[in-house]
Design a protein around this ligand. Structure first.
Ligand code: GAR
Length: 202
């Protein structure tokens, strides 16, 4: 089977990367992680990639005059590996037109809240502060906004009395690790069709 070729972008811990990389090792997986791009030299996710034997590159945005030049450099890496899908996994940077135009409908992100509620940073803390009873996670296609592209899939997680940011984040993360590889599988099975804001799952 010809496996779908993924690049994972991360900035930190890399647990969603690990979930995707693990799922790709499944014998009947329809995708394979070809490379990791990281904007932070100290990101623990870089080591995790090395443990999987997956090439990982720290590309420092500060070494480029602007986002256009930075993303052009990233594109060179992606093109060398014929990447078909980019998975943002805790990549804490807004994408610019260079990447968005080169990979239309081919960039996904995971967010630890039920979008459109609580986009941006510290989503779990935002949810707790608001006092919602149900939060969760969302996998969505990426557009130029903050966590704003068409939703692919969501999983609800109940907020419990006494939850802290840590306990809620942990339970949401467990669901993230299931939902993201599932969404990637659907993508490469050709089941995801974007119609305006709606993603139809065939
Ligand atoms: C995850 O909880 C992910 O949903 C979140 O960052 C964390 C990264 O963890 N992403 C966002 O908040 C995007 N707006 P990880 O590095 O262990 O995968």
């Amino acid at each position: 089977m010809n496996k779908g070729r993924i690049a994972v972008f991360l900035s930190g811990r890399g647990s969603n990367f690990t979930a995707i990389a693990r799922a790709s090792r499944n014998p009947d997986a329809n995708f394979s992680v070809r490379l990791v791009i990281c904007d932070r030299q100290d990101a623990p996710g870089l080591k995790k990639a090395a443990n999987f034997g997956i090439p990982a590159y720290h590309i420092n945005p500060r070494q480029f005059p602007d986002k256009t030049a930075y993303e052009a450099e990233i594109c060179a890496y992606l093109q060398r590996e014929n990447i078909e899908l980019i998975c943002l996994a805790g990549y804490m940077r807004l994408l610019g037109p260079v990447l968005l135009d080169k990979y239309p409908g081919r960039i996904m992100n995971i967010h630890p809240a039920l979008l459109p509620s609580f986009p941006g940073l510290d989503a779990q803390e935002q949810a707790l502060r608001y006092g919602v009873k149900i939060s969760g996670c969302t996998v969505h296609f990426v557009d130029a906004g903050i966590d704003s592209g068409p939703v692919i899939a969501q999983k609800a997680v109940a907020v419990r009395a006494g939850d802290t940011q840590e306990t809620l984040s942990r339970r949401i993360l467990r669901q993230e690790h299931r939902l993201y590889p599932w969404a990637v599988r659907q993508f490469f099975a050709g089941r995801l069709q974007i119609q305006g804001r709606t993603v139809i799952i065939k």
